[in-house]
Design a protein around this ligand. Structure first.
Ligand code: SF4
Length: 217
């Protein structure tokens, strides 16, 4: 699925979502790629054994036109937020991501937009990409995962190695200058309380906001 909704950890196409409930507001999720430059030990692609059998696994990456076609059919009066998320890392398709965010803000300017990202887009593209999101992205949710570079690397097994942690934090700082809300996230069941506290102290020291989010089964 390219465009989908979620409910209690399950994924539904827009048509299925409307069959289940034709009236309640809901988030709309956009899935651009399976690719990721991390290999997290807790990634849904591994732990849910969904991978290629999942409805979220893309046989090929959609074009901007294909995504826009699906978006045009969405029930926009029920959409409370559009989230770029999915199985892989959206910023690996940066130009398509930015083009689609522009489309959403042009066609539906009152609907908030969010990017769920591993925060490694500036490493992937070799430049500062935060200004690309100016005026088109409302919330950047960046996976912090851990309080130190060593713990981060042990969890994410990033293809960039130990330096990925600092690059992710720097990206978050860059995004603060261009996106209204920037949050760093950790997962409650993955992190012990003392590790969550260390993450909070790290974020405080760097002027960043931490959100502890529930583990998705
Ligand atoms: S960053 Fe996200 S998509 Fe990539 S491996 Fe980690 S959990 Fe999976």
């Amino acid at each position: 699925m390219i465009v989908y909704t979620t409910e209690h950890g399950k994924y539904f196409s827009v048509a299925e979502s409307l069959e289940r409930d034709a009236h309640s507001p809901r988030g709309l999720y956009i899935n651009l790629t399976n690719r990721c430059d991390n290999d997290c030990v807790f990634c849904l692609r591994q732990t849910k054994q969904m991978a290629e059998s999942s409805s979220l696994w893309l046989k090929r990456e959609p074009t901007v036109e294909e995504v826009e076609c699906e978006l045009r059919a969405a029930p926009w009066d029920l959409i409370k937020e559009v989230v770029f998320c999915g199985f892989g890392e959206p910023t690996l398709r940066l130009s398509e991501l930015v083009e689609l965010l522009n489309w959403i803000k042009r066609e539906h300017p009152t609907v908030p937009t969010r990017l769920n990202t591993n925060g490694l887009g500036e490493l992937a593209h070799g430049r500062v990409i935060a200004p690309d999101f100016e005026g088109i992205l409302d919330v950047a949710s960046i996976s912090l995962n851990a309080s130190t570079a060593e713990k981060y690397y042990a969890l994410t097994r990033s293809s960039y190695g130990i330096g990925a942690f600092e690059a992710m934090l720097t990206f978050a700082e860059h995004m603060k200058g261009h996106v209204p809300t920037v949050v760093l996230t950790i997962v409650d069941k993955v992190s012990a309380p003392d590790e969550i506290e260390r993450c909070r102290q790290l974020c405080d020291a760097r002027g960043l906001t931490l959100r502890v989010r529930p583990f998705e089964k």
